[in-house]
Design a protein around this ligand. Structure first.
Ligand SMILES: Cc1cc2nc3c(=O)[nH]c(=O)nc-3n(C[C@H](O)[C@H](O)[C@H](O)COP(=O)(O)OP(=O)(O)OC[C@H]3O[C@@H](n4cnc5c(N)ncnc54)[C@H](O)[C@@H]3O)c2cc1C
Length: 453
């Protein structure tokens, strides 16, 4: 299939060198960080596309969409391939549409909105924005590699979410242009509430080709680590710091022992047998933070400026889902879940989980703000994997005690935590991709046109 496909696709693209067929390259560009999950690793390791196309313009994306629609060929969009649910792994072969060459920052408007192509790397945007007095409102810990389009379609939030919420909140995603997979593919502008039809849909109902992404005025941040003797002390201090509106902050992460022992490149900031907090606070507030931390029994083990993505050490490299990566380096049996604890009863929820699962679960918290402005401990706890049944038992128990779980061990949107109950994403899929050619198999509630009849 791939040779005939490649020949025909080459005729649609200005430079045929941007149609890739070498098996090792196609395999690499078909994969993401799915192996984070021992369950997905088994399910997805033999899946890949047939051919990779690297468009450089919307016209080329449209040409590929027209071709794929006319011949019923699946199309799976790829940003930088840092997703960890196997989001961009084609389940049914076909075309991998790799957007890494569409990486232009067109402008940052006077009111701080970045207008860009989807393949622009978030790290490049953060660097350019800070030169112009702006910065990202939030970014995943994969800042250096991840693309803006991939973040919008596969991510949810990250460093900065403590002040600005997630991608769904506070009009951060202003608008985007989407290429459809209709009988005659076209470019459609989605703005305001209409972005929610496509946001975080894993490229199943449209291809983002141009994005308006709101920034925030740049801040002189300081990075800081604080050690506490116990997890309870550390978690309670982090909670009060996260909730204290007097502090301007970008990161409030908590790692119970032995998680900090996995952070080998920054062992100088780690205190043995202690819970570690990683924080980012406005430079002028470091002393106030230090005083509050010491008063709560903490010890500041490091502080230093954040000067952009190249800061050394860059504490965010150890936070969010990078924590799991460091744990897996120490022992590949560690995996994770993505959870939301209750702001008011989280300490009881932690205790219940510890009682039932002991150190099979290790607490890693990331405090965030939700769309209503409430602060709560989101969490990416580490889970020591033994069997799929045991993992599902832990997830079920979390839900039973009121801990929300976005299950990262499934490869479809509906259980992945960001699927909307108002069905607007499914409606957009029916409208824009009635044949089900965009990333097939990832939106389970959708039935393609031919089968629906
Ligand atoms: C170590 C590690 C840490 C992480 N930390 C975080 C974190 O802090 N926060 C977070 O939210 N996520 C996190 N993630 C997940 C992931 O890195 C982010 O979601 C990232 O933003 C994805 O960007 P990407 O360019 O790699 O997207 P990809 O993995 O290439 O794509 C993600 C999904 O979006 C689709 N897609 C990509 N581009 C487009 C487009 N233009 N149009 C339509 N669909 C498109 C793909 O088909 C795929 O389904 C982490 C992952 C890892 C491995």
């Amino acid at each position: 299939m791939s040779e005939g496909l490649a020949v025909e696709l080459s005729a649609l693209i200005d430079d045929p060198k941007r149609v890739l067929t070498a098996p090792a390259v196609v395999e690499r560009l078909s994969k993401d960080f799915y192996w984070y999950s021992p369950v997905l690793k088994r399910q997805l390791q033999d899946k890949h596309g047939d051919v990779v196309v690297q468009p450089v313009s919307v016209d080329e994306v449209l040409a590929v969409a027209r071709y794929a629609r006319a011949r019923d060929v699946p199309v799976t969009v790829r940003g930088a391939g840092t997703g960890n649910y196997g989001q961009c792994i084609p389940l049914k072969g076909g075309i991998v549409l790799d957007l890494q060459l569409m990486d232009k920052l067109e402008e940052i408007t006077a009111d701080g909105v970045a207008v860009c192509q989807p393949g622009l790397r978030l790290g490049a945007l953060e660097t350019d924005a800070r030169k112009q007095g702006w910065e990202l409102r939030m970014y995943p810990s994969t800042l250096a590699k991840a693309s803006v389009g991939g973040f919008l379609c596969g991510g949810s939030g990250g460093i900065g979410s403590i002040s600005h919420g997630g991608l769904r909140d506070f009009d951060t995603v202003r608008a985007f242009e989407v290429v459809t997979m209709e009988e005659e593919p076209r470019v459609v502008l989605h703005e305001g509430a209409a972005i929610h039809e496509i946001l975080h849909c894993w490229g199943t109902n449209g291809i983002l080709t141009r994005i308006w992404f709101a920034l925030t005025p740049a801040v002189e941040w300081v990075q800081c680590t604080v050690a506490f003797d116990t997890f309870e002390e550390g978690a309670l201090f982090a909670k009060s710091f996260a909730e204290d509106e007097a502090f301007r902050k970008r990161l409030v992460a908590v790692f119970e022992w032995p998680i900090p022992s996995f952070f080998s490149p920054v062992k100088q900031v780690v205190k043995a047998d202690s819970t570690l907090l990683m924080l980012m606070v406005e430079g002028g507030q470091l002393e106030a933070l230090r005083e509050a931390a010491v008063a709560a029994g903490g010890e500041v083990t490091f502080s230093g400026p954040y000067t952009g993505p190249r800061s050394q050490p860059l504490l965010s490299d150890y936070t969010w889902n990078h924590t799991t990566l460091w744990a897996m380096k120490a022992d590949p049996a560690w995996t994770y879940i993505q959870a939301g604890f209750s702001a008011s009863t989280c300490m009881e929820q932690f205790a219940l989980l510890r009682e039932k699962f002991g150190k099979e679960i290790l607490f890693h918290l990331e405090f965030i703000k939700n769309g209503k402005g409430e602060i709560f401990p989101a969490a990416i706890p580490l889970v020591y994997f033994t069997t799929e049944e045991r993992l599902n038992e832990l997830i079920a128990y979390c839900r039973e005690i009121g801990v929300g779980v976005a299950n990262p061990h499934v490869n479809y949107l509906e259980d992945g935590g960001r699927f909307r109950t108002d069905n607007i994403q499914l409606e957009a899929k029916r409208k824009y991709d009635p044949r089900g050619l965009l990333n097939p198999g990832k939106m389970m509630s959708f039935k393609p046109e031919a089968q629906a009849k």
